[in-house]
Design a protein around this ligand. Structure first.
Ligand SMILES: O=c1ccn([C@H]2C[C@H](O)[C@@H](CO)O2)c(=O)[nH]1
Ligand SMILES: [Zn+2]
Length: 126
């Protein structure tokens, strides 16, 4: 699974987004170290604070299936330009795979970051 293919799965997942309040649909595709892929979309709620981002949805789905080691996550958001994961999602990724990569759609292409680059000093109580 290369970055382009992973991003394509993120775009497909974006089609399932439930975002009637923000109107901002996001999809994510999470590549596990063994090659398994989990996807997620943002799911909003009438109680706005109950919304979950696409990235955390994908990570939670993977963890619930017994996967905790991730290689990369691709993110496809609405509109033009690069959308980076929010701080909470970065922190959640940091919990499981500090060395993972973050691939953000940017128009017809993408940008590739390390998680460390986007969250240089994540909280860790261990
Ligand atoms: O990286 C991001 C940024 C935002 N959102 C969602 C949360 C909310 O539903 C909507 C607007 O912030 O987009 C994501 O899923 N991922
Ligand atoms: Zn988030």
């Amino acid at each position: 699974m290369n970055d382009r293919e992973l991003l394509e799965l993120a775009k497909q997942a974006r089609g399932h987004a439930y975002a009637p309040y923000s109107g901002f649909s996001v999809g994510a595709a999470l590549l596990c170290k063994d090659g398994t892929v989990f996807t997620g979309c943002n799911v909003e709620n009438a109680s706005y604070g109950a919304a979950i981002c696409a990235e955390r949805n994908a990570v939670s789905t993977a963890v619930a299936a017994g996967y905790r080691e991730f290689d990369a996550i691709a993110i496809a958001a609405e509109g033009d330009g690069c959308v980076y994961p929010c701080g909470i999602c970065l922190q959640v990724m940091n919990e499981f795979s500090k060395d993972m990569r973050v691939i953000c759609q940017d128009r017809e292409s993408w940008q590739d970051f390390s998680l460390k680059e986007l969250l240089p000093k994540g909280f860790d109580s261990l």
